[in-house]
Design a protein around this ligand. Structure first.
Ligand code: FES
Length: 233
């Protein structure tokens, strides 16, 4: 099987499990495994996938203590997509998880100039409805230079200067427990550039654990609870 055939054969259920054994693929084209982290609420109880509010911005941090991720229930199935990074490495996003296959997660670090949600302000978020002319609804929108990403299509770029989709965070759904576990990223990671750019700020905001790997569990909060000023442009 050639590379294109392999990419096309990666399906939602398989989550490209065999990708790690395919040496010809670029690193960003394969899922990159990190420590597993069960998604929990602020009380430490496992998040129930079926109880997520549809079209609501949730945030957790993964795979590092300082790297934010959007968790979204789109309310409709998100089908697998073949996407490509800025370096033109194709990868197969496996689609949504959960009973409806509607739950997705993406790094909340904008692929253009690394804008991200902090506790003080967020210029990037999912828009349930359009806020102004030119801003589409049901997309993740970055107010900095108006990059727009479609979370139903693996965070593919639909508008703006972003050169690649948001990096996906892969989730496993335990149907019996109705729980969610983050276990890998897929696509163009920007964590090295993020830590370089915000080294000083992260050391002040998060402290020495900013680059520590998340493991065991990750706390999920609504963006409106995590961030004091979610900007709607
Ligand atoms: S940083 Fe997001 S569009 Fe420029």
């Amino acid at each position: 099987m050639d590379r294109r055939g392999f990419i096309g054969s990666c399906t939602a259920g398989a989550a490209c499990a065999s990708a790690a054994s395919w040496p010809a693929l670029a690193a960003d084209a394969r899922p990159k495994a990190y420590a597993r982290a069960l998604l929990v609420d602020e009380q430490g109880d496992p998040v129930r996938a079926s109880r997520l509010q549809v079209a609501t911005n949730y945030v957790f941090h993964y795979p590092f203590e300082a790297t934010p991720v959007f968790l979204l229930d789109l309310g409709k199935p998100a089908a697998p997509q073949t996407l490509s990074t800025q370096n033109r490495d194709a990868y197969a996003w496996p689609g949504g998880v959960g009973a409806l296959r509607s739950i997705v997660a993406f790094s909340a670090i904008c692929a253009h100039q690394l804008v991200y949600p902090t506790r003080d302000v967020s210029f990037i978020s999912f828009r349930k409805t359009r806020a102004q002319r030119g801003v589409q609804d049901q997309l993740i929108h970055c107010c900095a230079e108006h990059s727009q990403y479609d979370p139903a299509r693996g965070a593919q770029v639909l508008a703006g200067p972003a050169p690649q989709p948001l990096c996906a965070v892969l989730l496993a759904h335990d149907a019996r427990a109705d729980s969610l576990t983050a276990y890998a990223t897929l696509g163009g990671e920007l964590f090295d550039a993020f830590f370089r750019k915000y080294e000083m700020k992260l050391s002040l905001d998060v402290g020495p654990r900013a680059r520590s790997a998340v493991s065991g569990q990750a706390v999920v909060r609504e963006l409106s609870r995590f961030c004091r000023n979610p900007v709607q442009c």
